[in-house]
Design a protein around this ligand. Structure first.
Ligand code: HEM
Length: 57
């Protein structure tokens, strides 16, 4: 059920929450989304970069 790369329809409402909320959800976990995306040494900047990459076509 994870949002897929480039799936604009799935990413649109998520991006609308704002980048800070998305980074917070990655860091703390969100429903079936595991805390830290299972990357224990990733930084907030790393998460923001992955979110950018995942949400673009
Ligand atoms: C660094 C790696 C990862 C990043 C940056 C990332 C990022 C995100 C973001 C931004 C969301 C949307 C949160 C929201 O709607 O507020 C999400 C949702 C989700 N992610 Fe990840 N993710 C990562 C790794 C993973 C992994 C490893 C899994 C599964 C093993 C996973 C499973 C999910 C699922 C199931 C959702 C949907 C949660 C829901 O809407 O109920 N993610 N992820």
């Amino acid at each position: 059920m994870a949002p897929k790369k480039g799936d604009a329809e799935t990413w649109k409402p998520r991006l609308a929450q704002g980048k800070d909320v998305l980074v917070k959800h990655v860091t703390e976990g969100f429903n079936a989304m595991p805390a830290r995306g299972l990357c224990m040494d990733c930084t907030a900047e790393d998460y923001a970069a992955v979110i950018d990459w995942m949400s673009k076509p």
